[in-house]
Design a protein around this ligand. Structure first.
Ligand SMILES: Cc1cc2nc3c(=O)[nH]c(=O)nc-3n(C[C@H](O)[C@H](O)[C@H](O)COP(=O)(O)O)c2cc1C
Length: 177
């Protein structure tokens, strides 16, 4: 099974990327394509610029999705919504193919240092990603990242660790069915 994975952040120390990497350890029997949004840096989307064509990176983002069987991602929350870095890739890609996620099963995650764990961007993505071709099979939000996550051991809070294990198991079951 081919997994396409990304964090919705362009931070070099992204906590969402740390969460994605930790979760990917549970999928190490699969082929993993973990990208960095910094490699998909494009001009800020504009209807004027798109008249000259689409950046290669937007096409590449879609090609990654086309080539995968499932998507695992974790979105950063900025001002209650997507990070600009993710939204820009999303907007460009959506102009090439509005079904950005191309009917692929998705494990959708969020984390933030706050107690809501990126709950706002989670709610937004849960509501709207399906309109862009995402088949969300499981979700997971990790609140208070710096209290609940350890560089060496990953999710350390027993409560959240148990929930994550359940969601990963549920996702695996659904994608293998
Ligand atoms: C401009 C800005 C806005 C933010 N807004 C929120 C927010 O609305 N909710 C939240 O939980 N965290 C917010 N944060 C904190 C981010 O969740 C935090 O920076 C986190 O590390 C982002 O994820 P990343 O490390 O994967 O980029 C904000 C951070 C920035 C820089």
């Amino acid at each position: 099974m081919k997994i396409f994975a990304f964090a919705g952040s362009n931070s070099s120390t992204s906590i969402n990327k740390q969460l994605v990497k930790f979760v990917l350890k549970s999928f190490d029997e699969h082929e993993i394509n973990l990208i960095d949004l910094n490699d998909y840096d494009m001009p800020v989307f504009s209807v004027d610029l798109e008249k000259d064509g689409f950046p290669r990176e937007a096409q590449l983002f879609l090609e990654n999705i086309a080539a995968c069987d499932v998507i695992i991602c974790s979105l950063a929350e900025n001002n209650r919504s997507y990070s600009v870095a993710f939204k820009n890739v999303f907007d460009w890609a959506s102009r090439i193919n509005v079904k950005v996620f191309q009917d692929k099963p998705m494990l959708l995650m969020t984390t933030s240092p706050g107690g809501y764990g990126g709950g706002n961007v989670m709610a937004e993505a849960q509501k709207f990603f399906p309109q862009f071709g995402a088949i969300i099979k499981e979700t997971f939000s990790l609140p208070k990242f710096y209290e609940n996550f350890d560089q060496n051991n990953g999710v350390i809070s027993p409560e959240h660790s148990d929930t994550l294990k359940e969601r990963i198991a549920g996702f695996k079951k659904q994608i293998s069915a």
